[in-house]
Write a protein that binds this ligand. Sequence first.
Ligand SMILES: *[C@@H]1O[C@H](CO)[C@@H](O)[C@H](O)[C@H]1NC(C)=O
Ligand SMILES: *[C@@H]1O[C@H](CO)[C@@H](O)[C@H](O)[C@H]1NC(C)=O
Ligand SMILES: *[C@@H]1O[C@H](CO)[C@@H](O)[C@H](O)[C@H]1NC(C)=O
Ligand SMILES: *[C@@H]1O[C@H](CO)[C@@H](O)[C@H](O)[C@H]1NC(C)=O
Ligand SMILES: *[C@@H]1O[C@H](CO)[C@@H](O)[C@H](O)[C@H]1NC(C)=O
Ligand SMILES: *[C@@H]1O[C@H](CO)[C@@H](O)[C@H](O)[C@H]1NC(C)=O
Ligand SMILES: *[C@@H]1O[C@H](CO)[C@@H](O)[C@H](O)[C@H]1NC(C)=O
Length: 364
Amino acid sequence: MAVLHCAILVLLCVFDTATVVADFDYGGVPLWINRLVGEPSVLSMQDRMDSSWFRANNPQACPQQCDCPIQWPTALYCDHRGLADMPDHLPVTTQYLFLQSNNISSLFSSSLANITGLRWLILDHNQLQSDKLDQATLKNQTQLCYLFANHNLLSSVPSNLPAGLRQLRLAYNQISSISPGAFQDLHNLTLLLLQGNRLHTITEGDVKGLLSLSHLDLSGNLFSSVPGHLPPSVQQLYLSNNSLSRLDEDSFVGFLNLKYLRLNHCGLQSHSIHPEVFNFSSLVELDLSHNKLTTTPTVPTTLQYLYLEANEIQEFNMTSFCREVGPLSYSRLKILRLDGNKMSHQHLPPDWVFCLRVLHSIYI
Ligand SMILES: *[C@@H]1O[C@H](CO)[C@@H](O)[C@H](O)[C@H]1NC(C)=O
Ligand SMILES: *[C@@H]1O[C@H](CO)[C@@H](O)[C@H](O)[C@H]1NC(C)=O
Ligand SMILES: *[C@@H]1O[C@H](CO)[C@@H](O)[C@H](O)[C@H]1NC(C)=O
Ligand SMILES: *[C@@H]1O[C@H](CO)[C@@H](O)[C@H](O)[C@H]1NC(C)=O
Ligand SMILES: *[C@@H]1O[C@H](CO)[C@@H](O)[C@H](O)[C@H]1NC(C)=O
Ligand SMILES: *[C@@H]1O[C@H](CO)[C@@H](O)[C@H](O)[C@H]1NC(C)=O
Ligand SMILES: *[C@@H]1O[C@H](CO)[C@@H](O)[C@H](O)[C@H]1NC(C)=O
């Protein structure tokens, strides 16, 4: 039993130390792999394989600075080496290229010129600078679906990205602008991470072309209001850690697919939130924790998860959850967090259970 337990936990054990978690965070969204198409391990090979054995037994050419595990012949692990440049003579068959945690500041188009089948390019935790990126480098990589460059020094979203891209992770850079037309051809992009940057506006042209975008993280930027013009396909919108002065009636109008909305740590006050702003039925989860709310906000009856912890709420307004109470008129809330506010159980009105009749948990 103990052995089985440990086998199941192997993956977790690898993540056990804090440093490893930071290195393999990939911008905070897990990287799911599809073994059927030959996608390799997303963990570093450092200290996990004997490089010399593989070098002696793997008939394939392998750059001196990389590990080339025999079981993933198209993957190249060149992470955590202090490399200042891309390794030379990358095998032309490379599809999965791991270069995270190095010291790479520039990308030249010649470095990938002979590779035509690149699918993943992982460059997290390097020193990439926007003015040292040869814009043509990636345009020809028609197979490239994941480009990760979290924790670098980029100041703008690169242009000339290949049209087949599905995930673009650029969290924790210094991005203050999006190059004109950067996203124009990225019709297949579903995930875009831009948290921890310096964006303060998004204009209509900036996100044009993102027809399939479903997950957009803009947390920790410099927005003072909800950016307009975001793609209507978005299902998960994270705007935490921006100082939002107000939420207007039309802040989320047009987001017909929006299900998960995070607005925690935004300095929001009850009087600056329009009562109709969340009145759309697609919403499943709403995070308004760590703000300065003094009353419960008005939410749709279809909402299932509501996080209001760490505010200054003194008053539970039942109208927030149920405009009326009847056989079919009740709130679908399953989880309600009200802990860390200025109220306790005694403040709940006597008939609250008729409104919140399917609630699983309330924290207060
Ligand atoms: C690309 O291939 C050419 C011809 O085989 C070779 O001369 C050149 O060094 C290669 N470039 C890289 C970056 O590997
Ligand atoms: C990274 O590169 C910079 C110059 O670009 C250099 O000053 C620094 O020492 C390098 N750091 C490491 C760890 O190699
Ligand atoms: C991209 O492809 C075009 C046409 O095949 C070629 O002319 C160009 O040199 C390539 N660019 C790079 C950076 O490899
Ligand atoms: C976008 O995805 C579709 C469906 O998977 C695919 O047929 C198409 O080739 C992709 N577009 C590009 C530019 O790769
Ligand atoms: C938000 O800010 C807090 C405090 O500054 C920080 O600990 C947290 O990592 C930030 N989160 C994001 C997503 O930026
Ligand atoms: C929410 O919007 C609908 C139209 O979509 C409207 O009929 C309804 O009155 C609004 N709800 C509230 C509480 O204002
Ligand atoms: C409760 O909320 C409704 C709108 O949701 C508002 O009209 C009403 O004034 C609020 N009641 C109190 C006592 O604040």
